[in-house]
Design a protein around this ligand. Structure first.
Ligand code: BTX
Length: 323
């Protein structure tokens, strides 16, 4: 009932919705409508009420509880089941457990805060309360394991689109898993796979986004390399519509990918990639390679041409772009 009411008010935007229309839609009295409006107010919504006009939302709280997402969600599968946690060590760990217990594809784990967020190769990811998006998504693709990295690239494209749709900001992709604005990191993606030799059981994809962080919220060493959407936009950004837009774009691109393969995603990825054609330094666990990034293969592997003209396939690395 509360969801129907919220949906009606949110889709009306700046227009008023009359009490009569609401009471008809949810099948209750005008007094009951008023009580539901009071409940919305208690949960942080600012609702204007004007006689003979009705109600409209003037300010919504920046909350990411399941109903905040689901009232604006346009997907069929992704985000239809949400596990929400006010605070957790890492949404990846929670999602992995749920996947092992049989959670469906598209199930997401969302946290308002992570106390021990994970980056790649044992690194950490900073996710302070209230201003970050920390989300893990369960995929169950029928794929050979070597194709799983393609999902990182697919998600990067989906997030670039969602950020543009909801904030108007343009972001760039740095292979394989960073989204940058003006050279500073705004999004990190962590893809973890459970598989045997021939097939993938599940892929847990973690997405960390700096949404409403202010400069001083970042520790000194991160401040030089990181920024947030609010800093770039110059105003606070609502997280729920951004999460819904990410899930919509992921579902769209994932279905395209399952039907037609990576060839449909690759050109979209290339259109936003900043490292291709540039001189780069690729730092791997036990090696560093210099050269020109020539492009990616159909499996999402980065091709680096060294100064002797030799082509190397890079499966996992940190990339620095020579300016
Ligand atoms: P990464 O290994 O590419 O990046 C981690 C590095 O980025 C850190 O070593 C640090 O230098 C820097 N860093 C840490 N926090 C931030 C931040 N908030 N903004 C910018 N730079 C930062 C990237 O790994 C993958 C991150 C995935 C995070 C998500 S959040 C939801 C899910 N749960 C979880 O525990 N991890 C994923």
């Amino acid at each position: 009932m509360k969801e129907t009411l919220l949906k009606m008010l949110l889709t009306a935007g700046d227009d008023f919705v009359s009490g009569e229309k609401i009471s008809q839609a949810i099948g209750c009295s005008r007094t009951a409508v008023w009580k539901h409006i009071e409940e919305l107010r208690k949960s942080g919504y600012e609702v204007e009420a004007v006689q003979r006009k009705g109600y409209r939302i003037v300010k919504r709280p920046d909350q990411i509880k399941p109903h905040d997402i689901q009232v604006v969600l346009e997907t069929e599968r992704f985000g239809r089941e949400i596990t929400y946690l006010e605070s957790t060590a890492s949404t990846q760990t929670v999602a992995l457990k749920l996947a092992q217990e049989g959670a469906k594809e598209g199930h997401i784990v969302l946290a308002n805060e992570q106390t021990s967020g994970k980056g790649r190769m044992g690194r950490g990811w900073y996710s302070p309360p209230g201003s970050s998006i920390s989300m893990s998504i369960i995929f169950r693709p029928q794929l050979p394991p070597q194709k799983a990295p393609q999902l990182t690239l697919l998600t990067a494209v989906a997030i670039v689109r969602a950020i543009k749709e909801t904030t108007g900001l343009d972001s760039d992709i740095k292979w394989p898993n960073d989204l940058l604005i003006d050279g500073k990191k705004i999004v990190g993606i962590l893809t973890e796979m459970q598989a045997d030799q021939d097939s993938v059981h599940s892929v847990i994809q973690g997405i960390g986004i700096n949404v409403n962080h202010q400069e001083e919220a970042f520790a000194e060493e991160i401040r030089k390399i990181a920024t947030s959407l609010a800093i770039k936009k110059g105003e606070p950004i609502q997280r729920a519509p951004l999460i819904a837009a990410i899930l919509k774009n992921i579902e769209l691109f994932y279905d395209l990918y399952l039907q037609h393969g990576f060839s449909r995603i690759k050109p979209l990825w290339e259109a936003h990639a900043i490292s291709i054609g540039k001189r780069i330094r690729a730092r791997m666990l036990n090696d560093v390679k210099f050269g020109v990034a020539k492009g990616i293969t159909d499996d999402g592997v980065l091709l680096l041409e060294d100064d002797d003209g030799k082509l190397h396939s890079i499966y996992s690395a940190d990339i620095e772009i020579d300016q």
